[in-house]
Ligand binder design. Structure first.
Ligand code: 5CA
Length: 171
């Protein structure tokens, strides 16, 4: 499993995930510059420290799975807030659960920690935390564990095809 070939394939898959984000942005007319930070941006806290932004300005791209349909849904949430799973389920129209990380990677093309708002392999229904619109600029993952980009939130949510909603837990 862990021979050099596998490593090479995985590396290629990761760089093509970043490429996909770049292409999706271009297709949506979103002008972004993807930055490889050379250190982990897996969590909102790590990303904020490296981007020089507040945690609230980091867009978490959370993928959940429908319990009935098995379909995947994308929730874009401010790094300062927690997704309310019940509200998220109402938006999706079915109860949700965490998916198997490998399944999420296979279906979306992104590994958890590098899931981007844009550039998924499938057309994924997306919903976005309304508080993201309160910032001039937000930062999001760009398909790898050290890759991020900045964007104006309204343009980013439009590019993601995300429905703006109240989806965060109170407090
Ligand atoms: N690169 C950073 C932000 S730029 C990033 O991707 N952060 S994140 O918050 O969007 O991604 C990590 C999150 O994935 C964690 O909050 C974690 O709770 C969540 N997560 C981990 N496993 C699963 C799973 N199986 N299903 C859904 N979410 C998961």
């Amino acid at each position: 499993m862990n021979d050099g070939n596998d490593g090479g394939h995985r590396k290629q898959a990761i760089s093509s995930s970043v490429e996909r984000v770049s292409e999706a942005a271009r297709d949506a007319g979103l002008d972004i510059e993807i930055r490889r930070m050379g250190a982990s941006t897996r969590t909102a806290e790590e990303a904020a420290a490296l981007c020089g932004s507040t945690v609230a300005q980091i867009v978490k791209s959370l993928v959940f799975q429908g319990e009935q349909s098995g379909k995947l849904y994308l929730f874009l949430v401010s790094g300062a807030r927690q997704l309310d799973i019940a509200k998220a389920g109402s938006l999706a129209g079915e109860p949700l659960k965490r998916g198997d990380p490998r399944h999420i990677r296979d279906v979306t093309g992104f590994a958890i920690g590098g899931v981007s708002p844009i550039g998924h392999l499938i057309a994924i229904p997306a919903f976005a935390d309304e508080t993201l619109l309160g910032f001039d600029r937000v930062w999001a993952a760009a398909g790898a564990h050290d890759a991020v980009f900045a964007a104006e939130p309204r343009a980013l949510l439009a590019a993601a095809g995300a429905t703006v909603a109240d989806l965060a837990a109170v407090g």
